[in-house]
Every structure is written in C-alpha cells, then in structure tokens.
Design a protein around this ligand. Structure first.
Ligand code: NAD
Length: 366
C-alpha cells in the first residue's frame, strides 16, 4: 500500500524514524530531487492514525516539488512530519535534537525548516545536530519564513487582481483571512497597512484578539462565517482541505488566494469548479512559495535584492498561470503544467550534463 502510493505519486524515498530515548515518531518523505536537494518543513501534529501522518507527508512533499519548481529554484521537494501523541504538547529540546539527527543521516538530500507546530527555537535545537536545517534565529540561518511567505501571498493577490483588470492596490478591498497564526497575521498586517478592511477568524481566541487590537481587523464568528463572507479576496491560512465541493457554491469572494498548503479538498475537481463559479484561484503551491524562496535562496547564496525580486515575481507567475487556466482546464492544472515544464527542463539538462561528463570521462581515459 505504501509502496503503491509512493510509486503513484512519484516519491523517491520515504524514511520512517523512531528514537528510543525520546519516543520520537517521524516520517521524512523525499518526493523529487531532480532540480537539487529537497527543502521542506517539519510539521508537528497529533494525527489520529499512522496512515493520516503518512498521507499528509506524502501529499505535502509532492506539493513542495511543484512549489520549488514554480519558484524557479534549484531545489527538490520533501517534507517531514512528527506524529505527536497529544495535541498542543510543548516541544522539547530532546525531541528536536533527535529529529535533527534523523535529518542529518540523509547527508543533505533533505533540508528541514519550519512548518505548523515548529518554531525557530525548535529549528535551532535541530541545528545542534545537523547543518541541514534552515529557518532558525541563532544556530540555523534564515529566521522565520512567515513574513516572506506573506509577502508572496500578497504578490499573488496582486496577480489575481491584475488578471481581473483591477488595480493592484489593496486599499479599500475586503480581505478575509482564516487562521491568524505566523502566516495569517503577517498577511493581515501587510493588508491592513495598505488600507484593506481585514476580517479574521481563528480557533484560538487570543490570535483573533491580537489581529483586532494590533491591526484593527474585524472578527468573524466561525470558520463557515469567514470562508463565506462577502469579500474581494479570501485567504485561508490555517490547515489544508478547507475549500471543497460542499462550500464552493457558498463562497462570496472574487479571488481565492491561499496561504495554506493543499487548500483544496480535491485539487483537480475543486479548481475546475472554482473556474466554473467565476472565482479566480491563485494556486496554493505558487501563491505561498515566498518563504521557500527566501530559505532556499539563502541556502543557494542569492543576494537580498534577488530574493526580494523573486518573491515579488509570484505576481507575474500567478498572472501567467491564470491566463493559461482556461485552456488547461483549471488554475491548478495550469500551475502543475508550469512546474512540470521546469522539472522536465531540469531532467533534460541533467541528462545532458551526465552525457557530457560521461563523454569527458571517456575522452580522459582515451
Ligand atoms: P501556525 O501554526 O502559526 O498558524 C495556524 C493558525 O491556524 C493557528 O493560529 C491556529 O489556531 C489556526 N487554526 C487551526 N485550525 C483552524 C481552523 N479550523 N479555523 C481557524 N483557524 C485555525 O501556522 P502557519 O505557519 O501560520 O501556517 C499556516 C498554513 O500556511 C499551513 O497550512 C502551512 O502549511 C501554510 N504555510 C505556511 C508557511 C509559513 O511560512 N509559515 C509557508 C507556506 C505554507
């Protein structure tokens, strides 16, 4: 079953990790390293079952391949999950260091970073055991990627607005944000500073209060409320699978510009339904690629100016994808085609490199 799923999705390697000392249970999934080593976050989550954890890491790692390719990065796609036995359990240095050792054993094929449940402190603890980790404040480089992801999400929104022939200014627009965590808060901050009316909902009341008090956001009453409120742009920034066939008919937005990964329950069908409903969908793995561009770019040695340009370029990539959406069948299909073009080009160039190094080896021998 696991092998079939890996083969279907095209994964290269899945590593199951257990640490006796700390009882760490983790899975590292490396989807594709055609374009380079694979950078992807580590998620800590209290999955109901082992199958849920496996399914999540397989889906997330595949999306990272497309995110890196769409960001035109020389990096592959991977992700890891830590299966917690209880929700909201505080992280410990011992567990983080055990995870760092697991990552280190892969020798640089996988580079870890933040995801849901993992903060900069956790990353710095992991970095005590491995150099293959990004996004810490002290031991590991990069810092929190959320502000860069948010900048990319806002750039994606501008691409959506331009596609509709509207101004790219957010001033006076209504933007609804589900989830006001690290990413959602930064999205709200940029939008509020630019003069947008921001409506938020989070299951954590303190996060809602923070957005209301610090940014002047308005609070929605529930998930259903924030997802269906009348707005120019809907930006889900909590977990995946929140937009489905069930709620697409109730959406009241012009543009769906997600921060969350895997935001559509069924990407193929839901993206087609969104197109049919006249809602501009900025595909998740392109729209939320800013943090990856920042951390991967630092890993590759890009300058600050190049990093900023690449993150803001998400606007142009989204516009190209939206232009192709109709002929591709949906924005999701167009985004996948865009990423696959880059993967194919990478595969062909590595074949050419392999052939030319073979030729030079042969020449050397002769
Ligand atoms: P986070 O843990 O900091 O924030 C998530 C927030 O969502 C929390 O405040 C939580 O209370 C809230 N939440 C959870 N379930 C909810 C629900 N049903 N309704 C409303 N709120 C809910 O995580 P984050 O880093 O902000 O990431 C959010 C999403 O964005 C995730 O899907 C993540 O994979 C994705 N993402 C984040 C980044 C980044 O740089 N942080 C980059 C790419 C993608």
């Amino acid at each position: 079953m696991v092998f079939e799923t890996m083969a279907d999705r095209g994964h290269e390697r899945v590593v199951f990790c257990y640490d006796k000392e700390t009882s760490l249970r983790a899975i590292i999934a490396i989807h594709n390293t055609t374009l380079g080593p694979a950078l992807g976050g580590t998620r800590r989550w209290a999955y109901k079952t082992e199958a849920d954890a496996l399914n999540d890491v397989l889906r997330l790692s595949e999306a990272m391949t497309y995110k890196a390719a769409a960001g035109d990065l020389p990096m592959g796609g991977a992700k890891s999950v830590i299966w917690m036995d209880a929700a909201n359990k505080p992280s410990t240095e011992q567990v983080a260091r055990a995870m760092g050792r697991m990552v280190d054993r892969l020798g640089g094929l996988y580079i870890a970073a933040e995801d849901v449940g993992v903060n900069t402190q956790f990353i710095d603890w992991m970095a005590q055991e491995t150099k293959y980790v990004m996004g810490g404040e002290t031991t590991a480089r990069g810092g929190d990627p959320a502000p860069y992801t948010a900048l990319g999400v806002i750039s994606g929104m501008r691409g959506g607005l331009k596609h509709l022939g509207r101004s790219t200014s957010l001033k006076g627009l209504t933007i609804a944000v589900q989830g006001v965590g690290a990413l959602g808060f930064n999205v709200c901050k940029i939008a509020a500073e630019e003069g947008a009316r921001v409506i938020v909902y989070d299951i954590a009341e303190d996060r809602v209060q923070l957005a209301v008090n610090a940014l002047g956001a308005e609070a929605a009453h529930s998930d259903a409320d924030v997802l269906t409120v009348q707005c120019d742009i809907l930006c889900p920034c909590a977990l995946g699978g929140v937009i489905t066939a069930n709620n697409i008919p109730s959406l009241n937005c012009d543009i769906l510009a997600p921060g969350a990964n895997n935001v559509l329950g069924d990407p193929d069908e839901d993206a087609t339904a969104l197109l049919g409903a006249g809602i501009v969908y900025c595909p998740d793995f392109v729209n939320n690629g800013g943090g990856l561009i920042q951390l991967a770019g630092l890993w590759c040695g890009f300058s600050d100016t190049e990093l900023d340009q690449r993150i803001r370029n998400i606007e142009n990539v989204i516009m190209k994808i939206l232009n192709d959406a109709k002929s591709s069948g949906s924005a999701h299909a167009a985004a996948l085609a865009y990423a696959h073009q880059r993967l194919d080009a990478g595969q062909n160039s590595s074949h050419v490199e392999a052939k030319s190094s073979q030729a030079s080896t042969t020449t050397g021998r002769a």
